[in-house]
Design a protein around this ligand. Structure first.
Ligand code: ADP
Length: 189
């Protein structure tokens, strides 16, 4: 059973690596950013509420995210493992997740912290060119990351769950470092 959280600044490569590990281990890759973008595209209530925050690079209010994660982790495919990407994004969300996992009688195995220098992050995101990848919004997302999400590095380090990986390598090299650092349990599809 593999249950991992991916931490890292926007553009650190969380999504790419999380998807890779999810495929290798046959478990769902749960990206809160992607779920929200789909909700926005479909114009659901949640999407309508999330849109303005996402466009500005602000965090979407916790209550919207927490309900979403609660539902997603309760689905059948998440009972045999998961990769969380983009959640938790602040200490309140991390505490909520701790309680939720206790209720579900699950635990997170490892928190992967993908480390990439800031200049490289901005270059990568500008090249990616997603709707929220304009220079101003990127700058705001980095600020939000530093002030709200980076404290989770200490939070999980204190709980002995943190593994840091250098994200400033080729995609294949990052995946290889990851496999080496985390003993992936992918035997049961
Ligand atoms: P990135 O990691 O490149 O910033 P994501 O796809 O993870 O991109 O997230 C994009 C946006 O979605 C965020 O800037 C934020 O507005 C919203 N979002 C995603 N996950 C969360 C979360 N856990 N809490 C609050 N907002 C979130």
């Amino acid at each position: 059973m593999t249950r991992l959280i991916f931490l890292g600044a926007p553009g650190a490569g969380k999504g790419t690596q999380a998807q890779k590990v999810a495929e290798l281990c046959h478990i769902p890759h749960i990206s809160t950013g992607e779920i929200l973008r789909n909700e926005v595209a479909q114009g659901t209530d949640l999407g309508i509420q999330a849109k303005s925050y996402q466009e500005k690079g602000e965090l979407v209010p916790d209550q919207l995210i927490l309900d979403m994660v609660l539902h997603r982790l309760s689905e059948a495919d998440a009972q045999s493992g998961w990769i969380l990407d983009g959640f938790p994004r602040n200490v309140a969300q991390a505490k909520f997740l701790d309680e939720l996992l206790e209720k579900l009688q699950q635990h997170c195995d490892r928190v992967i912290n993908l480390e990439v220098p800031d200049q490289i992050i901005v270059d990568r995101l500008l090249k990616r060119g997603r709707k929220d990848d304009t220079e101003e919004v990127i700058r705001r997302r980095l600020e939000v990351y530093r002030s709200q999400t980076a404290p989770l590095i200490d939070y999980y380090n204190e709980r002995h769950l943190l593994v840091s990986i250098q994200g400033n390598q080729s995609m294949e090299e990052v995946t290889a470092s990851l496999k080496k650092a985390v003993d992936l349990d992918c035997s049961t599809p």
